[in-house]
Write a protein of this length. Structure first.
Length: 209
């Protein structure tokens, strides 16, 4: 596992050691439990952790974030490490992933993170969490489904921020009608970049009316 230490410190500051501990957990327990593939260990930083942490660059101070289908904690955990001022809720239905997330939160002492087991489309999950300022996701579902699943967590002025690949603009064009029906407007793509070999992050951003 190659660690670009200068970039880690730049993005996580005094909490860089927490990011390193998270990387270790992903590359040990995460692989052992099948949460990430064994081939991902060599690119856990540039492709996953730092790539997810780029999202922290566009989030205002003190906002609340819900991470739909958090899986092994991406992007929610890196964002919560980089930004302790944020309140981050990780939503994940699978028990083995939820158990891993609880262990990460406990071992890293992430007081700004809450783990909720369930699917975003379930009423009980929606009632437990309520509304947040930003709803995020990474490699979970097509944009149309994300827009529908994210809407119950949004108040007027909330943002959907979906981490996507380089074809993000094509998704907006394809799913624009259904995204609008879910209450989202002003869809646009932000390309987030950092030097140091970090893979660019493409974020579809939309506002709820």
């Amino acid at each position: 596992m190659t660690t670009p230490s200068s970039v880690i410190v730049e993005m996580f500051g005094e909490r860089a050691s927490l990011a390193e501990a998270y990387a270790d957990l992903l590359c040990t327990a995460g692989i052992e439990r099948g949460l990430i593939g064994p081939r991902e260990a060599d690119r856990i930083w540039n492709r996953h952790i730092l790539n997810s942490a780029l999202l922290a660059d566009i989030l205002p101070e003190g906002v609340s974030v819900a991470d739909i289908g958090s899986g092994a904690g991406l992007p929610g955990i890196p964002v919560a490490i980089a930004r302790p001022d944020l309140s981050v809720t990780l939503i994940e239905p699978l028990l083995r992933r939820v158990n891993f997330l609880h262990e990460v939160v406990s071992e890293l002492g992430l007081e700004n993170v809450l783990v909720v087991r369930g699917r975003a489309e379930e009423n009980t999950v929606q009632q437990e969490i309520g509304t947040v300022d930003y709803v995020t996701s990474r490699a979970v579902a097509p944009l149309a489904k994300l827009a529908k699943w994210s809407a119950p967590f949004a108040h007027s002025g909330s943002y959907l921020v979906a981490l996507k690949g380089a074809t993000a603009a094509e998704e907006i064009e394809r799913d624009a009608l259904l995204v609008g029906k879910a209450g989202w407007r002003q869809e646009e793509v932000d390309q987030l970049h950092r030097d140091g070999g970090v893979e660019d992050t493409y974020v579809i951003r939309a506002i709820h009316i």
